[in-house]
Design a protein around this ligand. Structure first.
Ligand code: SF4
Length: 343
């Protein structure tokens, strides 16, 4: 599947790419400055200013020897001034450590102050033809939709899956990995936009899982919805015989089902419903007596349940099948806590 997708990106890019002035020249220094200056800015609005910046600082040494004040002045309209400061510091580092030439390999590029993974990959692929993906927000959105990734953006699995898919794609990018990077980014800007993606004219729609589901805008998943916590009151009947306690298999509850536990009643305050851990619910007056005879002991959370535990040491044992367990056999921790609290 990687091969036809890589081909579709490249063919679309060959026909529809915008001929930005900075694309005419693949000089590594100019690729670097353009990538930094155009990050998170409206490209069209920033093009003229980028041209002026590159006229004043046409090469690395001119940037490295300029004063900070001058660099900041010419960076106006190109985004945060910190980027301009870092560009100048990066240029000075390259003059000192790389004989004034941006290194070709990704790992060396990453050693330059201010060059992060995205910029290093963009320079390596666009200027030097290294097959490495440059992953920005546009790329993440396109690939997350293409694969209908269920992992949220913040999850490690999201980045791992995006990188691994792109790696496969770049192995099939032929001799122009820079074009593939720019193709995916530009498709994200023009076709696979955050809202209302233009799937009908998208060149990779034939392989797009999000389109097949008819819900492209659901991707990428921003955060996994946390299940709502539900409060329950749990009344445990603690019966002891020497150092043994009476337990039976909880069949009815939605948590700890089939675990052995003390005979128990559950109350759901939201729905005002009662449940018992054995077959039948006791009559209402017995329930009320039991509640009266119980005392709040501790709170505990199991999966999505926040449980307030009440202990009853004087309630009579219902007629149910169960077993006497030694206290050290008590599992899970919820039951051990109840045992400790009942001593
Ligand atoms: S088909 Fe639609 S959702 Fe899928 S990549 Fe293309 S534009 Fe994005």
């Amino acid at each position: 599947m990687h091969e036809p997708i890589a081909r579709a990106f490249l063919e679309w890019f060959a026909l529809h790419r915008t001929d930005y002035p900075f694309r005419k020249n693949r000089d590594p220094y100019k690729v670097w400055v353009s990538e930094v200056a155009l990050q998170q800015t409206r490209i069209q609005a920033a093009l003229e200013q980028l041209e002026i910046f590159l006229q004043r600082f046409p090469d690395l040494s001119s940037l490295a020897t300029a004063t900070e004040k001058e660099v900041l002045f010419f960076f106006q309209g190109l985004g945060y001034y910190n980027r301009a400061r870092n560009l100048r510091l990066g240029a000075q580092h390259i003059v000192r450590h790389f004989q004034g030439k941006l290194p070709e390999d990704y790992a060396s590029l990453l050693t330059i102050p201010s060059i992060g993974p995205y910029t290093a990959a963009a320079i390596a692929s666009i200027a030097y033809g290294v097959a490495i993906p440059a992953i920005d927000g546009n790329v993440k959105r396109v690939i997350a939709r293409l694969l209908a990734l269920v992992e949220a953006v913040s999850e490690k699995g999201f980045s791992v899956k995006i990188s691994s898919f792109l790696q496969g794609l770049f192995e099939r990018s032929g001799d122009n990995p820079g074009n593939l990077n720019e193709a995916i980014m530009e498709l994200g800007q023009k076709i696979c936009t955050p809202r209302s993606p233009l799937c009908a004219i998208c060149p990779i729609s034939f392989a797009c899982a999000a389109k097949a589901q008819n819900h492209p805008e659901q991707y990428p998943v921003r955060s996994l919805a946390r299940p709502k916590m539900e409060e329950v009151h749990c009344y445990l009947i603690i019966q002891k015989r020497g150092d043994q306690v009476f337990l039976h298999s909880w069949q009815n509850f939605r948590f700890l089902r089939r675990h052995h536990g003390y005979p128990a009643l559950l109350y759901h305050p939201e729905t005002e419903q009662w449940e018992s851990s054995w077959q039948n619910l006791p009559p209402k007056h017995l329930l009320q007596e039991m509640v009266k005879a119980s005392a709040f002991s501790f709170s505990h959370a199991i999966t999505r349940y926040r449980i307030k535990v009440f202990l009853c040491k004087t309630c009579s044992l219902p007629e149910i099948n169960g077993l006497w367990f030694a206290q050290e056999d008590l599992i899970p921790s919820f039951l051990r806590k109840a045992w400790m609290a009942s001593r």
